[in-house]
Structures are given as structure tokens and as C-alpha cells.
Design a protein around this ligand. Structure first.
Ligand SMILES: Nc1ncnc2c1ncn2[C@@H]1O[C@H](COP(=O)(O)OP(=O)(O)OP(=O)(O)O)[C@@H](O)[C@H]1O
Ligand SMILES: [Mg+2]
Length: 245
């Protein structure tokens, strides 16, 4: 269980997250919705420890992690896939996954050939590639793969660390309908022992994958409920008027 309790973050007087409380159950798929600038990415920075909250608490699996840094949080299974590209261009998909997996297992991550000897890393790479549907392209150089495949690999890098809580910040940003479809299947196929928080602008995708949805506006939680409840909520409709598909 992830518990966020009265979390706030301000940047020099600008309150970006305001008194935010919510809980996410193990195995849940929680979508975070909100207009541009609502504080969604900032919330993810606070959850991963990339930034420290101004006040409030975060606990995960029964431990208060508020004071824990990003490395500590990664070591207890909190991983994140980035909105911005985070790939090694001149390495293959396999090598990119190997570096992510090696770093997480604590095995050598500075000499690829050495790390490749570790059977558990090898297995993990293959399992991860399978999960993100890149098994057939493992030996392709990243600079030669499609934009869509890059987005899949970004999720793969996070999954290679074997997270129990995976945060995804707009994994489908900039991709076309066919790729959104593929992401839908990918998300559906991820095992339920991974809890997923996802910031997603595509409404159809958000509504179909979410167990529950939390809606932020100006850093505040303005609504939380099932996809059906969210769709029918007047406040949410107002915020998204003209934006919803
Ligand atoms: N380091 C920072 N210093 C000052 N202001 C910041 C900083 N980071 C974010 N902000 C501000 O905080 C607000 C929320 O930003 P955030 O990136 O969390 O929004 P978001 O919901 O992820 O938006 P988007 O949908 O565009 O990705 C914005 O007004 C942004 O300008
Ligand atoms: Mg953002």
C-alpha cells in the first residue's frame, strides 16, 4: 500500500502540490489525471524521492519513506519510467536492459560483458523484453528503432529493476493510435504484483486501464473514483471541457 498524507510542495512561494492525501492498494492501476501544470509530474518526483516534499508524509509497504532519497526508494522497489528520453543511443535494446537490470541487482554495471555472465540478469532481460514486446528486436541499436519502440523500451528499463511500484509519466505522449493500442495491451499484460501509477492524457486509455482515477487541479485532489464515477463527475467534466475526447 502506498499512502500519501497531506503532502505539499512549493517552489519559492508557488504551491504546486497542496495538502494531497490518497492511498493506492497493492496491485492497483491508478491513473492520475489533470490539466497541464496540475502538479502530476511534481507528485511523481515527490514519490520517487527526486524532490523532497515541503510537508506531509509518504509511506510505502508500511514504512515511512518521506526522508528516504531516490536511491533508497529505488532499492525498496519504486521505479519510474521517464517522460523524457533516457536511453543509450549507441547500445542495443539488450544492452540498455542489461544496464538497468545490472544496476538493480547490484551486479557489475560498468562492464557489460561481465554482467552478461550473470544468469539472473540474462533471464531478467528476456522476461522484461517479453513484457514490453521487444523480444524480436533485442539486438537492434536504439538509434535504429522506432519512436514507439523507444517508448516501450523506456517502460522496459523501469521493469528491468523488478519494481513493486511502477510510476509512468505519460508513456504514450507523442505516439499515434496504433501505438496507444499496443500500450494498452502492454499495460493489461503486466503482472498484478506490480502496482502501477500512471499519468495519462489519453482519456480512452486512462478510463480503460484504471481501477481508480485521482484527478488533480492546481495541485489539489479534486476528485477520486472509478472510471465510471470520474466520467460522470461534474467537476471533472468542467476541468476537461474542450479537452476530453
Ligand atoms: N523546479 C520548479 N520550480 C518552479 N516551478 C516549478 C518547478 N517544477 C514545476 N514547477 C511548476 O509547478 C507546476 C506543476 O508542474 P508539473 O510539471 O508538476 O505539472 P504537470 O501536471 O506534470 O503538467 P504537464 O501535464 O504539462 O506535464 C507548474 O506550474 C510548473 O511550472
Ligand atoms: Mg508532467
Amino acid at each position: 500500500m502506498l499512502k500519501v498524507d497531506q503532502l505539499s510542495k512549493d517552489f519559492g512561494g508557488l504551491q504546486v502540490i497542496r495538502d494531497l492525501s490518497f492511498q493506492v492498494a497493492d496491485g492497483e492501476r491508478r491513473v492520475i489525471l489533470g490539466p497541464n501544470g496540475a502538479g502530476k509530474t511534481t507528485l511523481f518526483h515527490l514519490l520517487t524521492g527526486v524532490k523532497q516534499a515541503s510537508s506531509g508524509n509518504i509511506s510505502y509497504a508500511g514504512t515511512d519513506i518521506s526522508a528516504m532519497d531516490a536511491v533508497g526508494r529505488a532499492s525498496i522497489g519504486i521505479a519510474r519510467s521517464y517522460q523524457k528520453n533516457n536511453l543509450f543511443e549507441n547500445l542495443t535494446i539488450r544492452e540498455n536492459l542489461m544496464l538497468a537490470a545490472s544496476a538493480a541487482t547490484g551486479k557489475s554495471n560498468w562492464f557489460i560483458r561481465d554482467a552478461s555472465l550473470h544468469a539472473d540478469v540474462k533471464t531478467r532481460i528476456e522476461e522484461t523484453a517479453e513484457m514490453v514486446a521487444l523480444s524480436d528486436q533485442l539486438d537492434m541499436m536504439v538509434n535504429a528503432i522506432s519512436y514507439g519502440n523507444r517508448r516501450q523500451l523506456e517502460v522496459g528499463l523501469a521493469l528491468a529493476t523488478k519494481p513493486s511500484l511502477l510510476l509512468m509519466d505519460e508513456p504514450t505522449s507523442g505516439v499515434g493510435p496504433a501505438m496507444i493500442d499496443r500500450f494498452h495491451h502492454l499495460l493489461d499484460s503486466l503482472p498484478r504484483d506490480i502496482t502501477i501509477l500512471i499519468i495519462e492524457h489519453d482519456m480512452d486509455l486512462a478510463f480503460s486501464i484504471a481501477d481508480r482515477i485521482t484527478v488533480l487541479n492546481f495541485g489539489e485532489k479534486v476528485f477520486e473514483g472509478t472510471p465510471a464515477e470520474t466520467r460522470g463527475n461534474a467537476t471533472v467534466r468542467q476541468i476537461y471541457l474542450g479537452e476530453a475526447k
